[in-house]
Structures are given as C-alpha cells and as structure tokens.
Design a protein around this ligand. Sequence first.
Ligand code: ZN
Ligand code: ZN
Length: 206
Amino acid sequence: MEIQKLVVGFVKTNCYLVYENNYGVIIDPGGDCDIILNKIKELNSVNFLYIINTHGHFDHTYCDKSLKESLNSKILIHKKDSFFLNSNSINKIIEPSYNGVEPDILLEDNDFIDVNSFKLKVFHSEGHTPGSIMLITENEIFSGDTIFKNSIGRTDLEYGDSKKMKETIIKILDYFKKDYTIYPGHGDITTLNYEKRNLYHFLDLL
Ligand SMILES: [Zn+2]
Ligand SMILES: [Zn+2]
C-alpha cells in the first residue's frame, strides 16, 4: 500500500492519497484542490474510488465537491458529521468560499471500506466533532484530528465534547493491542505506542 502525504490549505491539513494495485482513496482533501488533483493526475493509473473525510471541518472537506466532479469519486463521512457538508453549515460561515456537497455514503463505527486489495476499518472517535473517525488498515491509523503527535484534537470548538473525547481515548487504549503508524490530520507522522503515554496524560486533563 502506498501513502502520499500532501500538506494543503492555510491551516496545513494533511491530505493522504492511499492506494494499491491501481485503486485508492483520498483522505481529507482540505484545500489546495489543484495541487491534490495534479498529484492524482501524476498517478494516472490509479482509480480513486472514495473521498473519505475523517470529520466535517472545512479544512478536511474543502475540496470534496471539486474532486468529486473531476474524478467521480464517492464522498464518505460518518453520519454524525454529514451536516457539516451542507452548503448552509458552519463551514460556510467560517469559510465563505466553501462549497457544500451531498455525501454518497454515511459511515458508522466498525464499517469496512473496501478498496479492491485493501480495506479501511472505521473507528468512531467522537470528541473533536460528533462524527470524527479514525481509519485503520493493517499497520496504519489515519487519525484525523483525534490524535496528533504529542497532542489530541481540541474539544472547545462548536460541536466538540471533552467528555466524549475522554471516552474515545479510553476506547483507543483498550482497543489497539499492537503498534501502528499514525498519520494525523495535521503535523508529523507518529506511532501509537509513542502516543499512548500522551493519551494517558490527557485522560487526567479531560
Ligand atoms: Zn477539525
Ligand atoms: Zn483539522
């Protein structure tokens, strides 16, 4: 499985192109739509079936509409965050150039996203937003704005919930039994074993 990280938009969101055997997904196309599309065109044999949003904030969803129109990919988001994609949502208020779009598939905890030769498992990680998810492959976690290197996602924005974040951290510490490479929504790549120490620390703070 190949993973390409593109840092996009003015809040420096990590957009990931994940692919294998000519099929792939785009995770969090949150800005610089032309740069993302040009990168995809360089990989011209890869068919990007899905655009997956780890959550609904505009810095993770900004290019959903334009990429869908260019690539005919389906848009996937957790059902509790789909309201962010609405053209009248808070995304439009914060970023007036935001284009709303209809999601194609609403995700739930434990869903599998089938990408030909690999799968992504949906891990609902409510807290940063109600429908935040992490996407799990064999050895990787795409953690969105739930886990960052040395930090976790903020819960003080509208729709954030620190109690739910605490429950999510407990769920993470209980669920994952081996180490994974973590590809977060912002900042540097890290590992789960390294972040576990930080997660225990945040448990006491939330
Ligand atoms: Zn966010
Ligand atoms: Zn973000």
